[in-house]
Ligand binder design. Sequence first.
Ligand SMILES: Nc1ncnc2c1ncn2[C@@H]1O[C@H](COP(=O)(O)OP(=O)(O)OP(=O)(O)O)[C@@H](O)[C@H]1O
Ligand SMILES: [Mg+2]
Length: 898
Amino acid sequence: MAAEDHEAEDGATRELIRTSLRDTLFVEAGAGTGKTSALVDRVVALVLGGRAIERIVAITFTEKAAAELRDRVRAGLEAAREKYTASETTITEALASLDRAQISTIHSFGQSLLYSYAAEAGIDPSFRVQDEVMAERRFQERWRIYLENLAEDQEAGSAIDRALGLGLSTRHIEALTVELSRRPDLATLLQAGCPPADVPVWPDLKEMSALLEGLPLQMPPPDDRLVAKVKRLVSLVNELLLNETDRESTLAAAAEVLEPPWRISTQLAWGGKENMDRVLAVGADVACRLNETLQACRSQALAAVLPVVVRFVIEDAHQRARDGALTFDDLIVLVRDLLKDNREAVRSLRARYEVMLIDEFQDTDPLQVEIALAFATDPESGALEPGRLFLVGDPKQSIYRFRRADMAIYSQTREAVETGGAVFPVLALNRRSRGILLDWINNVFSTLIGPGWKQDIQPGYRSIYDGRRSGDLAGPGVAWIGGDAGEANARQVREIEAGQVVANCLAAVEEGWQVAEHNDTVRPAAFSDIAVLMPTRAVLPALERAFSEAGLPYRVESGSLIYRTQEVRDLLNCLTAIDDPADEVAIVASLRSVAFACSDVELAEYKATGGPWNYLSPRLEGMQGRVADGLRALASYHRERHECSVAALVDRFVAKTEQVVIGMLDAGNRNSFRRARFVVEQARAFEAAEPASLRAFVNWMESRAGEAILDNEGAGLDDDEDAVRVLTIHGAKGLEFPIVFVAGLGTAPTNRPGAYLIDRSTGETGVCIGSKYANRRFMLGPVDRLIEFENRHTDAEYGRLLYVATTRARDHLVVSLYHSKRALATCGARKLIEHGAKDHGQKRPELIEEPKLNKRAFEDLEPDAAQEPAECEFAERRQALVAAATKRRYTSATALGG
Ligand SMILES: Nc1ncnc2c1ncn2[C@@H]1O[C@H](COP(=O)(O)OP(=O)(O)OP(=O)(O)O)[C@@H](O)[C@H]1O
Ligand SMILES: [Mg+2]
C-alpha cells in the first residue's frame, strides 16, 4: 500500500474516532501510531458531542500515564475551544470540571466505586488501601495465627502433616498462599475445583527386591558412585518391605536417589558392557517406578493442602474487606464481584458513566476485562451496548504477563466485542519515529515476531509507516554496538557493554547528534534526551559504575531498579553488618562501601596482621587504622540498634557516614540522596504498624529486590537536571525519547513460573511448588505441559519486549548486541542479530579500549543476576558463606583470608 493510502486510511480512522460516537471502537494498531492521542481525541469529541466530562471514564496503565492523559485532554480541550467557538461554553465547563473527571488507573477507578458501594460490597466504608509493606506484614501475622489454629482442625492439620512428611516445607506452602492472595481470582477458581490428583499405586516391592538382588554389586570397587546409588536403592526397597505403616515418608526421605544421573560409572568397573547395561536398566527402572509412586503421593497430599490454603486466602480477603484494610488487588476483585452479583450496582454504574475508554488494552488483566464488559453490556438484553466502550491497544506490546495480562484473554475479548458489533478502525502511520528507524523496526520484527497468531501466544506483525516525514538529522539513525564477546563471561560482557554504552551516550552529545522537537525544530542533543532501556536489572550495577567513572550525569527512574543500585545494596550490607557481627561477608562489603571507604589494600593489610572481622572480638581493641575504626563504628551502631527505630537508625547512619555528601561529590548527581531517602522511607513504611527488627527489615528489602515489581512509576527528571535516564523497558511503556539505547540483551529471559499455572485458552490449571533440586517438587495437574506452555509465552513476550524497547526512539536508536559466546540463542542480542539487526543498521566504532578481563577483588561476593536463579542463589550462597565463616571463626569468608 502506498503512503498516501495509509494517509487516507488513517484520516478515515481519525474521522471515525471523532464522529461515530455511538459505536464501540477498538483501535488496534502498532507502536507510536497515535493510539493514546486517538483516545484523547475521542474524549474531546465526546465533550463536543455533549457528554459531560464527569460521565466519561478513561483508564490507563499507571498513575504517571493518567496524569499525562489528563494534561493531554486539557490541551485537547483548549485547542478545541479555539477551533470550535460555537461550543465554547461546553468546553469551558468541561475544563472547569476536568479535575473531577475519572481519568485514572483501574485501581483508582475501583477505589472510587467502592467508596460509593461499600455497603453493597460488604466492606468498611472508611476503608484504606494498604501499601505493600503493611499488607505483607498483616499477611504474615494472620497466616501465622491461621496455622497455629489449624491444630484444632484435624483434617487440615493432617493434610499439612502428610505434605511435610513427604518433603514439602512450610516456606513453600506460604509461597503458594502469598501468590494466591495476590491473585484472588485464581483462589475462587480453585475453590470451584482443584486440578485432579494422581492416585498412588505401589509397585511390587518383592519383585523389585529380587531384581536388585540379581545384580553383580560385588563387582565394582566400593567407592564407585553407581554401586553406592544402587545399594541405596536396595536398602530403600528393603526398608519399604519392612515398614508398612509409614512407607510414604521412607520413600520421600530417599527422593534424591530416585533421580538421574545413572551414567556415573565405567564399564571397566563393572566388568564389561553387559553387566553395566543391566545395572543401569534395572536401577533406572526401579527408581522410576518408585518415583512415580512418590510423585502421586505428593500430588494427592498437595490436593489436600490446597483447600486449606484457599480457605485462608478467601477468609483473609473477607477479613480485609470487613477491616477496611484492602490491598491493590482487592480493589479490582471487589469491584468485579460487586458487578457480578449486584444488578443494582451495575445499573447505577451504567447510569453514572456513559463511556469507558481504555488505553494499553493489551495489558489489561482478566478482571478488568470483566469490569469493562459488565459496564458495557445491557443487563436486560445481555448484548454489548454500542458506544459504551472505546479500546486502544497493540497486542505486539503486551509485556505484563507477570501481572496477569494474557494473550488468550485479549483475543477472547477482541472476539466478544467483535461479535457485539464493535468497529476495528486501523492506524498504520507512525507519528513518533523517523522513517529510517521504522525501516529497521519493520525489517527486524516482521520475522522476529512473525506473521500470524500462534495459538493465543504471539500476534502477527503489522508494519508501521513513516507518518512524520522529518528531514535528515546529524547522527546515526539506527546503530548497533557489540556482538559476540568471545571468551568473556556474562559478568565481563556486562562490564564491557556498560563502558561502551556510556561512551556512546557521551559521544551522542559530543558528536552533536541532532534531535527534532515536536514542532520539527532541530537542536543538538542533550543528556536528558537519552534513555537507556534494559529488560532486567542485571546490567544496572555495571552501568552505574561506568556512568560514575565517566562522570556522566544519569538518573535511574524505574522503581524496581532502585533495589539493585549500588547505594541501596551498600546500605543494606551495612545494616546487615550492624545487625549481625558474624556476617563477615556483609561486614567486609560495608567496609568497602562509601560509608567506610576502605580500599582492598587496607583490608588485605588488616587481615594480614591478624585483625578479626567480627567487630565484637576483643582482639579488635589494639588494632589501628581505617578498617579497625570502621569496625568499631559498626560495633557502636550494633549496640545502639535496639534503642531507636530502624528508620531513625538508617537516617543517623547515613548522616554520620556522610554517604549522601560523598555520593554527590563522587558521582556528581543526586542519586545517592534519593536512594538514601528511599531506604529511610521504606523503613518508615515497614515500621508503620509496629516496631520491627533491623534483620526483618533487611530481609524484607532483599526479598523486594528479588521480586518482579510492577515497574511503572518512573519519577521523571527534575526540570534543571540534564541527565541520562535509565529505566526498564516495562517502565518505558507508552513513553518516547529522542535517543534510545537498548542494553542488557546478552541474557536470555528466564521463565520462573509461579506456583499456580493456568492456560486461559483451555482453562487447564496446575500447581507446582517445592524446590526442583534434589527431587523436592510437588505437582498437581498437567504441570509439565503448563510449564512448557509458559516457556513459549516467555519467549514470545520477550520478542514483544524488544519491540516495545526499540519503538520508544524518536530520532536515534542504538542497540547493544553484546553477548558471551555461551549466551543462549533466545537472548535478545542473538535474536536481533538472527533477524537482521546488524544488516539493517550501522555499526558504531568502538569508542574506548575495552577493560581488561581481570577478576576484580570480591567479585565472588556480588550477585550475578544473569546467572540464574541469581538473587535467591546469592542469598543462599551468602548464608552458606556466613555459616561457614561462623564455624571457622578467624578465617575470612572473602578472597582476602584465603
Ligand atoms: N495525528 C497526529 N499528528 C502528529 N503527531 C501525532 C499525531 N498523533 C500522535 N502524534 C504524536 O506521535 C507520537 C506517538 O503518539 P502516541 O503516544 O499517541 O502513540 P501510541 O500509539 O499511543 O504509542 P504507543 O504504542 O507507544 O503507546 C506522540 O509524540 C504524539 O504526539
Ligand atoms: Mg500509547
